[in-house]
Design a protein around this ligand. Structure first.
Ligand SMILES: C[S@@+](CC[C@H](N)C(=O)[O-])C[C@H]1O[C@@H](n2cnc3c(N)ncnc32)[C@H](O)[C@@H]1O
Length: 217
């Protein structure tokens, strides 16, 4: 189905607002981060919470891409962007992947961009990510996180309203803490100023994590 911003029912959804506003942020620098993150992936790749598909144009052509997305309105736009490409789209949540028939330990890369802020439980999502990674595989992420200090105060105050209008997004999650507690270890980490993000989303993180079992028997 071809997506059109004018289709009735889409005008005020989170998906249509996201699709309309994000190009400003992409042009202001986020697209460059996506490109840096995704130019390194290869082989069999799982993207969780693919949204409206802002990452699709940044993948190397020869990856075997599987994407999962639960939001039906996001899915309409995602399917439209993926049309004609060899991309497997799974409708559902990351937490459901283990029971979806997708083989665990079968992905060379798992990708998450601005998803762990929105999942109901980041620790559970990271357990699934770990379960999906093949030995030697990499979890590559681009996320926004809590910024300690005055910004944290703003993020704590704004999150209850923000998550209602922004698809469940929490501004104040300590995702590096969640990664520390996961079955993975962060192997590269880069912090950046989030384009047009102040004061709610001042900083982002970009990095790579690998299974602890790759290092410790
Ligand atoms: C802020 S959007 C980011 C979309 C996209 N990853 C991007 O970089 O533009 C957050 C996405 O996470 C998805 N999401 C929320 N909860 C999820 C879950 N439990 N499992 C998978 N995706 C989820 C939402 O539907 C939405 O598409």
């Amino acid at each position: 189905m071809q997506y059109s911003a004018r289709r009735p029912g889409f005008r005020y959804s989170f998906a249509s607002v996201y699709e309309a506003l994000m190009p400003l942020v992409e042009k202001a620098g986020l697209a460059k981060r996506r490109q840096e993150l995704l130019s390194q992936v290869s082989g069999r790749v799982l993207e969780i919470g693919a949204g409206t598909g802002f990452n699709l144009s940044h993948y190397p052509e020869d990856v075997q891409l599987v994407v999962v997305e639960p939001n039906p309105e996001m899915l309409v736009i995602l399917r439209s962007k993926a049309a004609g490409r060899n991309i497997e789209i799974i409708e559902g949540s990351v937490e459901d992947l283990s029971s979806s028939g997708i083989a665990p330990k079968s992905f060379d890369f798992v990708v998450s961009t601005f998803v762990l802020c929105s999942v109901p439980d980041p620790d559970e999502a990271l357990r699934t990510v770990s379960a999906m990674l093949a030995p030697g595989g990499k979890f590559v992420f681009l996320e926004h996180v809590v910024t300690p200090g005055v910004y944290e105060l703003v993020q704590n105050l704004a999150t209850p309203l923000w998550k209602r209008v922004a698809g469940g997004c929490h501004l104040n999650r300590d995702l590096l803490g969640s990664l520390d507690n996961s079955q993975m270890v962060v192997t590269t980490l880069f912090r950046f100023n989030f384009p047009l993000g102040r004061p709610l989303i001042p900083h982002g993180i970009m990095g790579t994590a690998r299974l602890k079992s790759d290092f410790f028997a």
